[in-house]
Design a protein around this ligand. Structure first.
Ligand code: COA
Length: 255
């Protein structure tokens, strides 16, 4: 197994563990990651999932280039779908996902980080979409999500040039939420905070926020209003509002 999953309280940490190739994702590894995140998506004991890489040097240095070099167009199309299944799951699973980027996040690594809800970077983190240098393009969501996170002009510059940037620049362009060492501690701290919130409120906020940059603005606002109303039938909303009035900390149960 090249994936380690550990659980501390309601926070799961998934570590890609293939440091000999800077945690590059082979098809097999992609399959393992998908299985791990599908398991966490269905596990009510897990409130927040963190993705990171083993070793000092890399988060994920991208798709496995040695494997890519052997692919036919049809195989490459499937490989793209495969990676997009994982990025789509990170983006849409009904609980927050956080990337703790501890080194190279290139190509597919940057794309997996972009699919997470939040991103934290170590001071040694390096981000980029260098596919253009291989004569190919990002295939796991990079042409779309980078623009959604950082804006179209910046995204085009980074995917056209393949330029690799450090954590401070990533922070400046909005690619990461914060730069901190040790980055996994920083990610765990936020994950633990989120795990104490209402899982129902987090789930619906994630769904609504994911609609913010697409679709019809009025329809999205209507959906927010409907969801706001529906939430008042939840125990968590009653608990949160009552706890404030009673001047105590709320205890959310996800019901
Ligand atoms: N796929 C397969 N193997 C990879 C890899 C990848 N994406 N990234 C790194 N590796 C392997 C290297 O081939 C090398 O293997 P070796 O020891 O058997 O030669 C090992 O990981 C260490 O990498 P190396 O290139 O020696 O380290 P470096 O410090 O000189 O450079 C990088 C680090 C990340 C700049 C460089 O490895 C690189 O450019 N990787 C490719 C990044 C990329 O283009 N990703 C997008 C893929 S679509």
């Amino acid at each position: 197994m090249s994936i380690d999953v550990s659980m501390q309280g309601r926070v799961a940490v998934v570590t890609v563990n293939r440091p000999e190739v800077l945690n590059a994702l082979s098809s097999e590894l992609l399959e393992e990651l998908l299985a791990a995140f599908r398991g966490l998506a269905d596990d009510d004991e897990c409130g927040v999932a963190v993705l990171t890489g083993a070793g000092e040097r890399a988060f994920i240095a991208g798709a496995d280039i040695a494997e890519l070099a052997t692919k036919t167009p049809l195989m490459a199309r499937r490989y793209s779908e495969h990676g997009q299944d994982l990025s789509h799951l990170l983006e849409t699973m009904r609980k927050p996902t956080i990337a703790a980027v501890n080194g190279y996040a290139l190509g597919g690594g940057c794309e997996m980080a972009l699919a997470c809800d939040l991103r934290f970077a170590s001071t040694t983190a390096r981000f980029g979409q260098p596919e253009v240098n291989l004569g190919i393009i990002p295939g796991w969501g990079g042409t779309q999500r980078l623009a959604r996170v950082c804006g179209l002009g910046i995204a085009k510059e980074l995917i056209f040039t393949g330029r690799v940037i450090g954590g401070e620049e990533a922070l400046r362009i909005g690619l990461v939420n914060a730069v901190a060492d040790p980055v996994l501690d920083r990610a765990r701290e936020t994950a633990t905070l989120l795990a104490s919130k209402s899982p129902i409120a987090l789930r619906v906020m994630k769904e609504l926020a994911n609609r913010a940059l697409g679709g019809d603005h009025s329809a999205n606002l209507d959906a927010e209003g409907d969801t706001f109303g529906e939430l008042f039938s939840s125990d968590d909303a009653k608990e949160g509002l009552t706890a404030f009035v009673e001047k105590r900390e709320p205890v959310f149960r996800g019901t």
